[in-house]
Design a binder for this molecule. Sequence first.
Ligand SMILES: Nc1ncnc2c1ncn2[C@@H]1O[C@H](COP(=O)(O)OP(=O)(O)O)[C@@H](O)[C@H]1O
Ligand SMILES: [Mg+2]
Length: 430
Amino acid sequence: MNNYFKRTIGAINSLSALKKAGLLNNPWAVCRLRSALLKKDSLEDLQKLQSAIEVSKMFRSPFDIPDNSVDGLIKFALTEQGMPIGIFPEECHHLICGQTGTGKSTVLKILFSQALRFNRFQNGHPINTEKLRCWLFVKAQDMRTLLNIDRNILVVNFNMIKLNPLEPPPGMRPIEWASIFADLWIQAFRLYEGSKGFLIECLNKLYVKYSSLGYYPSLFDLYNYVTALKFPVISRTARYQESVLNRLGGLIHGSLGSVFDCSKGHISSLINLHAIFEIIYLAAEQQVFMVNYLLSYLFNYKLIHETGLRHFVGIDDANLIFDIAFEKRPDLGLPIIHHLLTTVRKNKINIFACTQTPHQVGASIHSNSFAKLMFSLSHGKDIECMQQSMGIKNLEQKAYCYKLKPREAVVKFSARYQEPFIAIVPEVKL
Ligand SMILES: Nc1ncnc2c1ncn2[C@@H]1O[C@H](COP(=O)(O)OP(=O)(O)O)[C@@H](O)[C@H]1O
Ligand SMILES: [Mg+2]
């Protein structure tokens, strides 16, 4: 190979390395590159350049430095070079992982505080054509600080609100809603297929009975109806009756009793509101039921009605909802949340899920997230799971995942810029 050829190939390689190292706007590096290309008899400048690139690697992570395509309308962090990183509202689903205290909720707050401002007007005209509505499911009260940004957020702590999970979205036939409700029910309360069939049968009879009265039965009506049914004690149907009554009784006689004591609840008004649902005091199965119910209602409502809204839904501790165990029950079929994640995109619902243990959340969120963020994790299994989920194969990059600094995260987008890169969340007071 002659010297000219060597220099040209070397210069192209250096150009690519400079780009990855984020040194393209460094005058010294560009000058060395130019003279390597122009000088006829020396490779010295190229060697100097290579050593400079190696030295620069010692002061940053082994991840490539992304170009400005990682920026978006809603920003949440900076690259190692201080360039903004953001997402666009139409980019669906986000998975945010990290051990407790690493800043997952803070990133949610950063994203949602901008989403709340998204609808603002300038000189009487909307700044953005698409209207965003924010729903947050949280297990603490700290998201209330978002009220400082927009006072029009409804905080739902399940005291004052009225909900009737048997009330179908307007325009949907009760018989169709009955099977959705039965799915929600058996998944949250981990019942079996037989109980689901029994429940659907009871619901359909009940809907017919109440249709002449002009209102929907409540969970209390369902409880009374199922209690009044008589079956031989040793029959299988009696077992189904017992398990349905058991779960229903627990629900309507527990803390949510007053919430469910209605025929028509507030749910259809919630669609147009920003809301923080504080599910902190609900039992585990009630949390699963409530989140899946509200999301299923939203999804089905938007299937029938054109709202012109995009919903940002943050689930601050998503382990219960996305529990991998739901995917291990073939008799239950696909978990509701899996079905929602794969279909809500069309209905303009973006899910933001936070978890401390990504290896325990089901495949649905891993497979359907546009953006994945990994803050520091302490369990090797979680780190390996996220490395696989984000496609990190480089050994140096893999090792770096074990020593992420505070507020530092590995990010992977599934479009625009597809290599994993480092993001630093700025220090914020929210
Ligand atoms: N970007 C940040 N700016 C300022 N403080 C932060 C930031 N990220 C995390 N913190 C601090 O760390 C604490 C825990 O953060 P949080 O977001 O609640 O973590 P997680 O949700 O992962 O448990 C916060 O109360 C805050 O004091
Ligand atoms: Mg948190």
